[in-house]
Design a binder for this molecule. Structure first.
Ligand code: ZN
Length: 258
């Protein structure tokens, strides 16, 4: 029989991992790896809120699935970010930023984290992940590895990498739809897995189990520091060689005119 973890047990697991009262906690989660637990996705959110307490701040990615539609914070789903993230923004007391690159937040610093942020630089210092970093927040990966860790894009921004991919997103202007075009630091992100070993070498990542999932916890500042160091040594450390995937090809090709 598969054990069903209770909310009380989940809180204990989070505390054993190093999640503490008052923390600013940015969570990326694959719930399929966490379950079965009491109350499902809502039970996990409840456990996270209890572990950080009323002085804590819980943050989750909330970016749109609808690349062809104008983002509406009160109704655009974000199932691509997982069932927990797509439930989180709908809960009472949770705020969501008004951007196709939205994040949602609950608790003490929620309103500053979801304050307006620019469309054309989704993960710079002036963005929800940048604000979590500035608040010395932690990143919690549940059942998912660093390929989902948006804070690494913040580090790419701070390191000043020159590769970009062309993106566009629809926006309303005087009631008319218009495409906002921009160039974003992006690629397939598979090689974000390298960050695991970099953090381990420095003893800067706690490993544990939450529900049934493998869990990783690290400070945003330590993630950014180690990634910036590596990128200054080798700007293309995350990019596949030409011919592996279209995203990395586009990013590499952009360096020619950077
Ligand atoms: Zn790639």
């Amino acid at each position: 029989m598969t054990q069903i973890f209770s909310i009380v047990e989940l809180v204990q697991q989070l505390e054993a991992l190093g999640v503490h009262s008052g923390a600013v906690l940015l969570v990326h989660c694959a719930f399929s790896q966490v379950k079965p637990i009491e109350d499902g996705p809502l039970g996990l959110i409840t456990a996270l809120q209890e572990a950080i307490g009323p002085s804590g701040t819980l943050v989750m990615p909330s970016m749109t699935d609808e690349e062809e539609e104008v983002f509406a914070p009160e109704r655009t789903p974000c199932l691509g970010m997982g069932v927990v993230a797509d439930l989180f923004w709908r809960l009472p007391g949770v705020l969501r930023s008004n951007s196709p690159h939205a994040f949602a937040a609950w608790g003490r610093h929620a309103s500053e984290i979801v304050a307006p942020h620019p469309i054309d630089v989704p993960h710079g210092l002036d963005s929800p992940v940048g604000r979590v970093y500035a608040l010395d927040g932690q990143v919690l990966l549940l059942g998912i590895d660093h390929t989902a860790n948006t804070t690494i894009h913040l580090a790419e921004n701070l390191a000043g990498v020159r590769y970009r991919r062309k993106k566009r997103t629809p926006a309303l202007e005087n009631g008319r739809l218009r495409w906002v075009e921009y160039r974003e630091i992006d690629h397939c992100c598979e090689n974000f897995r390298l960050v695991d070993a970099w953090l381990h070498e420095r003893g800067q990542q706690r490993m544990g189990v939450v529900g049934h999932a493998r869990a990783r916890l690290a400070r945003a500042r330590e993630i950014v520091n180690v990634v910036v160091e590596q990128l200054r040594r080798n700007e293309t450390v995350f990019l596949h060689p030409f011919g592996v995937d279209a995203e990395c090809d586009e990013a590499r090709a952009s360096l020619a005119d950077a």
